[in-house]
Design a protein around this ligand. Structure first.
Ligand SMILES: O=C(O)[C@H](O)[C@@H](O)[C@H](O)[C@H](O)COP(=O)(O)O
Ligand code: SF4
Length: 607
């Protein structure tokens, strides 16, 4: 094993010892009470299978066959989740083929960050992760189940499903992906037209046409943002079938994988002799594997929040120093938009996740000794699914990348490091992803231009006021202020200024999309402005240094000068209501700081 991976893993194990042991003790005790259906009264049970067919009722009475819960984030709004409309019938049929039953236990919400990007609804995006976790728990709390399948893909949905399911970690649980839409207008061309529109050089009709050609059919958007980072990380954690992440929806292979996931989770269930649940599969080592995979692929910065919260749900404590230390030891092996021109279909065709796993395992950067949904050992994931005469088979991964512009071996990495760094100083602590930032832009020192929301920056750009070197400070964007939205709409403006030769950077207590990239952005900065953090004291003209190579985030003021300033007082009344935001003030008051996952859960926030 690479010494850094060993050192960080051991540190996480030590830091998590008490909470991890407590979590596993609770899960193992619950596991010994299986089948939980047996603890239900006749009335409970009758309600639980009242709507079932007679054969299923008989099966559920007997207790010796598995009842599989489906928890699904299906809706027609997310192109990525629309394919799930047909999955429950495929799953039920596969369960019957195993003499078992599958029940749709509950649905969860699923927000499309693409629809809400730049809109007030985006202020509900992060909290929707915790709502999804709670919805997952409500679904599984019927206690009728011996196993579960989680149907979800996008940004907050996989994290929310996992956080909720980990409260039922005594159950075997398999995630069921649906896959990316076929490639449309290349993401880089879409971004070029967006910048032309931002500069007033093309009209709305041309922009809408380009966007519609890029996002054109059912399936996950093809950029390597948070959704596709979810898929890759879950595969590297061994929580869905090998090579399942990026098979396109609506294909015979995708349907065969859904059936196979159902059959596999039934095999893992206690009525069929299984004894391992999700709790043992989400371990310190599999969490480290996820972080290494995130870093090796330039994955979404959102996972410096979500994977902290997922780990915490399994009694495991990770922090941003773990990410940045692993980043320094993890080579960048992929170039997928926004870190390059290719999309996830090209990555999959070049060899995809199975080949990436082999490279990282052989380099000692992944733990092989982990429990997965297909058994012990991650080497089982160095294979991909194919249909041969209608039969689903797994074939060994390619021995070399089919496209070295997208996926490379460790021996010829795109960069020696993963490019995720902690930045800190007298402006607070945040993170910066440099895998999509050109080396000449990784240190920016310039006067501050302060904005209280992203629309103010857009308006200043359109008035031609930003044609200079500057550091945009966009504050009041943290969980307490307005729910911590993504500020991805800033990308075309800042990207255009960078392309015109200005040295620009962003500093914010908010988030960026996983699909943001080329402008250096210190994000998730805390203490957030609305909690009295230093960003509340920054004024236009202050010299600010964003240094991704040195890990520095500072303002050229002495401690006394900064402390002597009165913090700005924002008007956040507009963020307290509208589009349901009035229902989520509990999140704005209770969310933990970014490095603790910006979540409501785990009351010992400060542990
Ligand atoms: O983290 C992410 O990956 C984003 O939340 C993504 O899911 C969202 O859709 C963005 O908005 C990118 O898409 P656009 O560039 O089309 O906005
Ligand atoms: S990847 Fe983003 S934009 Fe695409 S469907 Fe998922 S949430 Fe929506």
């Amino acid at each position: 094993m690479h010494p850094t991976v060993t050192r960080v893993t051991e540190r996480i194990i030590r830091r998590s010892r008490d909470s991890r042991q407590d979590y596993l003790r609770r899960m193992d005790a619950l596991g010994r009470q299986s089948p939980h259906r047996a603890a239900l009264s006749c009335g409970n049970l009758a309600h639980g299978f009242a709507a079932c067919q007679p054969g299923d009722k008989q099966t559920l009475k007997l207790m010796n066959q598995a009842n599989v819960a489906m928890v699904s984030a299906y809706n027609d709004m997310l192109s990525a989740h629309q394919p799930y409309a047909t999955f429950p019938d495929v799953i039920r049929q596969a369960a019957h083929g195993m003499g078992s039953v599958a029940q749709f236990a509950g649905g969860t919400p699923a927000m499309c960050d693409g629809v809400t990007q730049g809109q007030p609804g985006m202020e509900l995006s992060l909290v929707s992760r915790d709502v999804i976790a709670m919805s997952t728990a409500v679904a599984l709390s019927h206690n009728m189940f011996d196993a579960a399948l989680l149907l979800g893909i996008c940004d907050k949905i996989v994290p929310g499903l996992l956080i909720g399911a980990l409260s039922f970690g005594y159950l075997p649980i398999v995630l069921v992906p649906a896959g990316p839409m076929p490639s449309g207008l290349p993401n880089k061309e879409k971004q070029r037209i967006r910048q032309l529109y931002a500069e007033g050089r093309v009209g709305r009709e041309e922009l809408l046409e380009a966007e519609s050609q890029s996002y054109h059919s059912p399936g996950t958007c093809t950029f390597y943002g948070t959704a596709n980072s979810n898929q890759l990380l879950v595969e590297v954690m061994g929580l869905h079938l090998p090579g399942a992440a990026f098979v396109n929806p609506g294909t015979p292979l995708r349907e065969a994988l859904t059936r196979a996931a159902t059959e596999q989770v039934i095999r893992l269930s206690r009525p069929n002799g299984g004894d391992l649940g999700l709790a043992h599969m989400v371990s310190e080592k599999s969490i480290v594997n996820a972080l290494v995979a995130l870093l090796a692929t330039g994955g979404s910065t959102n996972h410096t929040l979500h994977w902290v919260a997922i780990a915490r749900a399994a009694g495991i404590h990770i922090d941003w120093d773990d990410y940045s230390e692993l980043s320094r030891a993890t080579p960048l092996l992929t170039r997928i938009y926004p870190n390059g021109d290719a999309d996830v279909n090209h990555f999959h065709q070049a060899g995809g996740t199975p080949l990436l796993i082999r490279e990282l395992l052989d380099a000692g950067l992944l733990h092989e000794d982990v429990d997965t949904v297909v058994g012990r050992g991650l080497r089982a994931y160095i294979q991909g699914p194919v249909l041969e005469n209608g039969k689903l088979r797994w074939r060994p991964a390619a021995t070399a990348s089919a496209d070295s512009s997208v996926l490379r071996p460790v021996s010829a990495a795109f960069a020696a490091e993963g490019g995720l760094t902690v930045v800190e100083g007298n402006l607070g602590r945040g993170i910066i992803k440099t895998s999509a930032v050109a080396p000449e832009h990784q240190v920016v020192e310039a006067p501050a231009r302060v904005f209280d929301d992203q629309s103010q920056l857009a308006e200043a750009f359109e008035r031609g006021e930003l044609n200079s070197d500057f550091v945009a400070v966009v504050r009041w964007q943290g969980p307490v202020a307005n729910g911590m939205p993504e500020l991805h709409k800033l990308t075309p403006y800042l990207g255009s200024l960078q392309d015109h030769g200005y040295r620009v950077a962003l500093v914010t207590d908010g988030r960026m999309s996983g699909a943001s990239g080329k402008v250096p952005a210190a994000i998730h900065v805390y203490p957030e402005a609305a909690r009295g953090g230093p960003l509340s004291r920054v004024r236009d003209g202050d010299m600010i240094r964003v240094d991704a190579t040195g890990g520095q985030l500072s303002i050229a003021l002495s401690e006394d000068e900064l402390a002597s300033r009165e913090p700005a007082v924002p008007d956040l009344t507009g963020n307290q209501s509208g589009l349901g935001r009035e229902l989520f003030s509990w999140f704005r008051h209770g969310a933990s700081e970014a490095e603790k996952g910006a979540t409501l859960f785990f009351r010992d926030h400060n542990d």
